[in-house]
Design a binder for this molecule. Structure first.
Ligand SMILES: Nc1nc2c(ncn2[C@@H]2O[C@H](COP(=O)(O)OP(=O)(O)OP(=O)(O)O)[C@@H](O)[C@H]2O)c(=O)[nH]1
Ligand SMILES: [Mg+2]
Length: 314
């Protein structure tokens, strides 16, 4: 039996093998991706993002357990460059999770050691494709921060939860617009800390003042949680389920699926074209001589760019 056969028979080690194969860009990985890509997968992808230490891993664990208890299988991708996935997980939860894992319902993959920037979100997208194809009901993806990776990952998720903490209260005004745009649900975690009520009000006020309270007919909720003690997790999970219904409704509208697929296709194409063109243009280390010309005042980045652009044949 090939690895792919075993993968389709829900063999864990085959899944791990396939993910490594994709992550390491082994020969034939694109062909593999196109074979396992499944447009009609029923997986639901939930992104959990927010500043470092806001409790994302703890939230992911608790949400995963809720779904597992409801009988769903759960795949978890932790895109966490700073700390291994064990981050804030309660030992008890982790043991419980291991217990569930041994029954084959949960799978955790940390992307901690992967590259950065575009490479990381690309790898995340591809690993998500493997988990979808394998057939997980729910895929939870944890990302940290507010950079391009988070925006990209949010683009591939069906629901995005943005977790903030009272300590970040004074930064509400400066919240990156991008973070506001990707959120479908706001969580104010560490509700046991002072200032959480104020943060909730500030967030609500800001959403109203920016006219962003509602998006595609969905009212952006702000939910208080105390992830570490499991408080508010039921409300959060229910909200995610509500949002899923909302999204599924959108999918029935004509053109919605096409819009998502178009954006996915363009993202993939964009990466590939950029990588290929850059490789071709800079292949002969000519970049160093251009840099010298600029440094010596003989040229400038714009003239060099123009010159290089003329080399592109397509
Ligand atoms: N007081 C309090 N602490 C919490 C709560 N939720 C999580 N924590 C703690 O906050 C710390 C960070 O939690 P994590 O779940 O690792 O946070 P994270 O956002 O995944 O962190 P990074 O992945 O490192 O960005 C841990 O020590 C948790 O135990 C909460 O509701 N209240
Ligand atoms: Mg974490």
């Amino acid at each position: 039996m090939t690895v792919l056969d075993r993968f389709y028979k829900k063999d864990r080690s085959a899944l791990s093998r396939i993910i490594s194969f994709i992550e390491n860009r082994e020969d034939g990985y694109l062909e593999l991706l196109s074979r396992i890509y499944n447009i009609s997968s029923n997986s639901y992808k939930i992104g959990i993002t927010g500043p470092p230490g806001s409790g994302k891993s703890t939230l992911v664990d608790k949400i995963a357990i809720r779904y597992l208890e409801k009988g769903f299988s759960v795949g978890i991708i932790a895109v966490d460059p700073t700390s291994p996935f064990t981050g804030g997980a309660l030992l008890g939860d982790r043991i419980r999770m291991q217990d569930l894992a041994s029954r084959g319902e949960v799978f955790i993959r940390s992307m901690a050691t992967r590259g950065s920037g575009g490479g990381l979100s690309e790898a995340t997208r591809e690993v998500a494709i493997a988990l979808e194809s394998y057939g997980f009901d729910i895929i939870l993806i944890e990302t940290v921060g507010v950079g391009q990776v988070e925006l990209d990952v949010a683009g591939l998720c069906d629901s995005t939860v943005v977790a903030l903490v009272p300590e970040s209260g004074d930064s509400v005004q400066t919240l990156k617009a991008g973070l506001m745009e990707i959120a479908n649900i706001f969580v104010v975690n560490k509700a046991d800390r002072e200032g959480s009520g104020r943060l909730v009000s500030e967030l609500r006020l800001m959403l109203e003042s920016r006219g962003q309270k509602q998006k595609e007919g969905w009212i952006l909720p702000v939910i208080k949680t105390e992830a570490i003690n499991g408080v508010g997790i039921d409300t959060l999970t229910d909200k995610i389920i509500d949002h899923r219904k909302h999204v599924e409704n959108l999918y029935t509208q004509s053109g919605y699926r096409e819009k998502r697929v178009k954006s996915e296709l363009i993202t993939i194409l964009d990466r590939k074209i950029r990588a290929r063109v850059l490789k071709e243009l800079l292949e002969d280390n000519s970049v160093d001589s251009y840099v010298k010309q600029i440094v010596n005042g003989e040229s400038d980045p714009y003239s060099i760019t123009e010159k290089l652009m003329r080399k592109i044949t397509i």
